[in-house]
Design a protein around this ligand. Structure first.
Ligand code: A2P
Length: 286
C-alpha cells in the first residue's frame, strides 16, 4: 500500500514548452554534495511515471558531439530511485568519478538544469520478489544504499515486517552521512508516522560500519556476520529462511560474497516472477 500524492510538475512543463531541450527532460530541483566522491539530487517527476519503491530508471545527459558528424547521443546509466513511490519528486544518490563518462558531468548539475530520464522503471529489489517474512535485512555498501532509501520510506516495508535492519558499509565516516541523515529524517517524519502509524520507526534498526576510517563500528559487514558481531550487537539470531528476508545492493565483490553467505544460511534467491528469501542488485559505478 502506498499513498499516491498528486504529482505537481508545473516547472517541468513550462521548461519543456519554453525550449525543446533534451528528450525525456526533467528539471533538477535540489543538489547536495556529501563528500568529494558523493552527491544526491532531486528532479521533477514525470506525471505518468509509476514505480515500485526499490526500482531503477535510466538517467543521464547528452554526450559530447561526435567529432565527425556533430551529433550528440544520450549518455545514460541505471540509477536506483532513492525516493519512495509516493513522493512527488525523484531523488538519486550518485558517486562522482572524475574521469567517469557520465558522473564527471552529472556532478556539476544545479537546480534548474535538465537531465534525461527514461520513464521505464525496473528492478529486483522490490517487495514483490520476496516471500512474506518477519525480519527484513537491507545490506548496502557505498551508493548501494539508494534503493533502500526508497524502501525505507515506503509504508509497505513496515506493514509487511516486524523488524527492518539497514546495514551500510563504507570506506570512510563521511560516506555514511547520507544514510545517517536519512534514518534521522525517517524517525522524525510526521507524514510517515501518519501514513504508517505512530512508533513505526521502532521497527527500524540502523547498523553503519566503516572499513578505512575509525568509527564506532569498524569492519566489512560480511566479516562482522561471520564473527557473529552483527547478531550480538543487534540482539537478533543469525538469518534463517523461515523468518528472515534480505535485499542486497553494493559493489560486485560484496554482492557475490554476501550472496554466498545468504545461501549458506539457507536463503534462496528470488525474482519478480519467483518470490523467495533474498534479492540482489549491483550498485551503479561510473
Ligand atoms: P574495503 O574498504 O575493505 O574494501 P567501494 O567504495 O570500493 O565500493 O567499497 C564500499 C565498501 O564496501 C567498503 O567499505 C569496502 O571495504 C566494502 N567491500 C568491498 N568489497 C567487499 C566484499 N567483498 N565484502 C564486504 N565488503 C566489501
Amino acid at each position: 500500500m502506498t499513498e499516491q500524492r498528486p504529482v505537481t510538475n508545473d516547472t517541468a512543463t513550462k521548461v519543456e514548452k519554453a525550449k525543446p531541450a533534451l528528450p525525456d527532460a526533467q528539471t533538477v530541483t535540489f543538489v547536495k554534495h556529501w563528500t568529494d566522491r558523493l552527491f544526491s539530487f532531486r528532479v521533477t517527476r514525470p506525471p505518468s511515471l509509476r514505480f515500485r519503491s526499490g526500482e531503477f530508471v535510466m538517467i543521464g545527459l547528452m554526450g559530447d558531439p561526435d567529432p565527425a558528424t556533430g551529433k550528440q547521443k544520450p549518455l545514460l546509466r541505471a540509477y536506483s530511485i532513492a525516493s519512495p513511490a509516493w513522493d512527488d519528486e525523484l531523488e538519486f544518490y550518485s558517486i562522482k568519478v572524475q574521469d567517469g563518462p557520465l558522473t564527471s558531468k552529472l556532478q556539476h548539475i544545479r537546480p534548474g538544469d535538465e537531465i534525461i530520464l527514461r520513464p521505464k522503471p525496473v528492478g529486483t529489489l522490490v517487495h514483490d520478489a520476496l516471500l512474506p517474512g518477519k525480519r527484513l535485512w537491507f545490506f548496502a555498501t557505498g551508493t548501494g544504499i539508494a534503493p533502500f532509501a526508497s524502501l525505507l520510506r515506503d509504508p509497505q516495508t513496515y506493514e509487511d515486517y516486524d523488524e527492518v535492519i539497514l546495514t551500510h558499509t563504507c570506506r570512510e565516516v563521511g560516506e555514511l552521512a547520507y544514510g545517517a541523515e536519512l534514518i534521522e529524517n525517517i524517525r522524525s517524519d510526521e507524514l510517515l508516522a501518519e501514513l504508517i502509524g505512530e512508533g513505526f520507526h521502532e521497527k527500524l534498526r540502523y547498523y553503519p560500519t566503516t572499513t578505512r576510517e575509525e568509527s564506532p563500528k569498524m569492519g566489512r559487514i560480511t566479516d562482522l556476520m561471520r564473527s557473529g558481531d552483527v547478531f550480538h550487537d543487534l540482539g537478533v539470531p543469525e538469518l534463517t529462511p523461515e523468518t528472515n528476508r534480505a535485499m542486497v545492493c553494493g559493489n560486485l565483490a560484496f554482492n557475490l560474497e554476501i550472496k554466498d553467505m545468504l545461501e549458506g544460511y539457507g536463503l534462496v534467491e528470488g525474482a519478480n516472477s519467483n518470490p523467495q528469501h533474498y534479492v540482489v542488485e549491483k550498485a551503479f559505478l561510473d
